[in-house]
Design a protein around this ligand. Structure first.
Ligand code: AMP
Length: 282
């Protein structure tokens, strides 16, 4: 497995793959890798002939400096995992390599980012869009792999790809969960052992709300019950619990079986902010 630290090294590595007529799969990550990331790598290996993973904790997508400073970093372990998984190359740039200049451009994804993560993390999707655009231009993959865990991010990236005519197929990979349902996340590493049970409230509430909705329950009643459930824990703070159109991210107030809908949640468990979502009808 090649470890590439510069754009030029990635470009020449990828040009050789193209010369050899190999299709390139790309998995962008912020490191602290877990089985969720490895599922993306597995999909990439199944769908393309050469796989490149990037590890870069992108400062421009953090609206909270403390969250950025405390983001887990486990590079040696990450590289070992990827090597064992048969990844062809890992791009590990430093900040200067990605941001030689502070970007002037600002991306606004319109209604897609007026809700959920976009509303609670101002500027987050500008940072995501800028870094993903840069990485797609450096790697020029045939397919890029993203997790359904970040549902709104998937919608944003699909828009980015269409609006900028990136020649890449976006592949969405289902969320990988722990045995008890907790969605795997790098931020889980920051959870105190005593907080794990509390963190499970996210998945339990999503499953409960989905089941109640499919039984014909009223969305507003269901959400009120979920809010009450969250308020049992003094150090758990629910930020949002919303029913949305899974692609357009429009907020909905009831079940519409003819359209794809998902329930999305974000909550602080202690100091750690977690998100999750579940698809309702597709
Ligand atoms: P991150 O390192 O958190 O930026 O995530 C990198 C990629 O892995 C993103 O496309 C995420 O959506 C995806 N991802 C993170 N957690 C999971 C998970 N539990 N299951 C599937 N994909 C995930």
């Amino acid at each position: 497995m090649k470890i590439l630290r510069t754009k030029d090294a990635v470009k020449s590595f990828c040009q050789n793959l193209v010369n050899d007529k190999l299709s390139i799969g790309f998995v962008p990550t912020m490191g602290a890798l877990h089985q969720g990331h490895l599922e993306l790598v597995k999909y990439a290996k199944e769908n393309t002939e050469a796989v490149i993973v990037s590890i870069f904790v992108n400062p421009t997508q953090f609206n909270n400096p403390d969250d950025f400073d405390k983001y887990p970093k486990t590079l040696d372990n990450d590289l070992e995992l990827l090597n064992n998984f048969g990844v062809d190359a890992v791009f590990v740039p430093d900040n200067q390599e990605i941001y030689p200049l502070t970007p002037t451009l600002k991306l606004d994804f319109g209604t897609l980012e007026r809700v959920l993560e976009g509303a609670f993390r101002p500027g987050h999707f500008n940072g995501v869009g800028i870094v993903v655009a840069k990485l797609l231009n450096i790697v020029k993959p045939h397919k890029a792999f993203f997790g359904q865990k970040d549902l709104q991010q998937v919608a944003v990236i699909k828009t980015l790809v269409i609006d900028f005519s990136f020649d890449v197929e976006v592949v969405v990979v289902p969320t990988v969960r722990d045995h008890d349902g907790l969605a795997l996340s790098s931020r889980n590493l920051r959870l105190e052992p005593k907080d794990r049970e509390k963190a499970l409230t996210l998945y339990r509430s999503l499953s409960f709300a989905k089941a109640e909705l499919l039984k014909g329950g009223s969305w507003l009643d269901i959400r009120a019950k979920v809010e009450a459930d969250f308020s049992r824990w003094p150090d758990v703070k629910l930020e949002y619990f919303e029913l949305v159109h899974s692609g357009q991210m429009l907020l909905m107030d009831g079940l519409h079986p003819e359209m794809p809908q998902s329930i999305c949640v974000a909550a602080f468990v202690g100091e750690v902010r977690l998100i999750d979502n579940i698809s309702v009808n597709h």
